[in-house]
Design a protein around this ligand. Structure first.
Ligand SMILES: *[C@@H]1O[C@H](CO)[C@@H](O)[C@H](O)[C@H]1NC(C)=O
Ligand SMILES: *[C@@H]1O[C@H](CO)[C@@H](O)[C@H](O)[C@H]1NC(C)=O
Length: 304
């Protein structure tokens, strides 16, 4: 009989340890965002007479039997502790209740860096490459967003909201790129941003990597690859322009049965007033490819 009575008391107490709605405790503020090493102060207030009121926490635990309010205070928060709980033991039902403080202790990353993973040196147009962004010692990682930029353009965004860790961690993000020649000399960078909500610092703390400049190799490309035909006029100056874009910079050579060795010199633009009718072939080449373009001097047909 006596034992049963105690069990009923126990069950009664279990059911009446409530939190949230119905709990007569108010935390001010109810959510707090604290930078690593900063001070923190939170008040817990009882809205009706209370026997004991206190904070349960790994650091700065405190309780009172006199007041309707108790303060949790840390001068410099550097411990990755569990969220502190305010508890109250009341004279009337519900006899006991508790409120958990929504505490976010954050730390900006020690460093952020970007590099190519499986390759060094220039990239080749149209091939696939991986860039890796590494972030050291950030907390809490679930509030982190890593943004990838090419120049000023955001190209990818990596969220870590599926992770849970209150203490600092190292994370990384991989970007797979297939560069085009237009992206030669583009700067890539990644930026870590901690979005801690309205209670957090505004604007959110960010840290950017040094830019990584990527060189993109691409084959020689003529602006107009079509064969150019000019009419022959004795003594007139003729200019052939074989300029091509390419990376590395193309080197040029000219071939024709009419050209002397001196005239075959490696210039993209060829000017002469003593050229004979015939075909002149220019070759632009770099380590990737060799491209040719033809220039034809056509003899005027007499009588036309
Ligand atoms: C780099 O890795 C990616 C993905 O694993 C692969 O597709 C690509 O061919 C690699 N690039 C080089 C240059 O090895
Ligand atoms: C040759 O062509 C290129 C581009 O096609 C142009 O930039 C350059 O000015 C031209 N050179 C001459 C001498 O016409």
């Amino acid at each position: 009989m006596g034992n049963n009575f105690l069990i009923w008391i126990l069950i009664f107490c279990m059911f009446y340890t409530v939190s949230g709605e119905g709990c007569s405790l108010i935390l001010k503020p109810s959510r707090i965002v604290v930078g690593f090493g900063e001070s923190v102060t939170v008040n817990c207030e009882a809205t009706r007479p209370v026997r004991v009121l206190g904070w349960e926490s790994a650091i700065s635990a405190v309780h009172t039997q006199e007041d309707r309010s108790v303060q949790w205070k840390v001068d410099s928060l550097i411990d990755w502790i569990e969220e502190p709980i305010c508890y109250g033991v009341f004279f009337t039902a519900p006899r006991q209740c508790e409120e958990k403080l929504n505490l976010v202790l954050y730390k900006s990353p020690d460093s952020i860096s970007i590099r190519q993973t499986n390759h060094t040196g220039p990239m080749v147009e149209g091939k696939e490459y991986q860039l890796l962004c590494e972030v050291q010692n950030i907390a809490p990682v679930q509030y982190l967003t890593l943004r990838w930029y090419r120049g000023q353009t955001e190209v990818y965004q990596h969220s870590f909201s599926d992770l849970t860790s209150s203490s600092p961690v190292q994370v990384s993000s991989t970007l797979v790129i297939t560069p085009t020649k237009a992206e030669n000399d583009a700067d890539y960078k990644c930026v870590a941003e901690l979005e801690l909500g309205p209670e957090g610092p505004q604007p959110p703390p960010t840290l950017a990597s040094e830019p990584l400049t990527v060189s993109i190799y691409f084959p020689p490309t003529f602006l107009s690859p079509e064969t150019e035909v000019v009419d022959f006029t004795a003594g007139a100056e003729i200019t052939f322009n074989c300029t091509a874009t390419g990376n590395p910079e193309p080197v040029y050579s000219w071939q024709s049965s009419h050209l002397t060795e001196e005239q075959m010199k490696a210039e993209p633009v060829f000017t002469s007033s003593s050229l004979l009718p015939g075909t002149y072939t220019c070759t632009a080449s770099n380590m990737l490819e060799k491209k040719s373009k033809q220039f034809i001097i056509k003899e005027k047909i007499k009588g036309v």
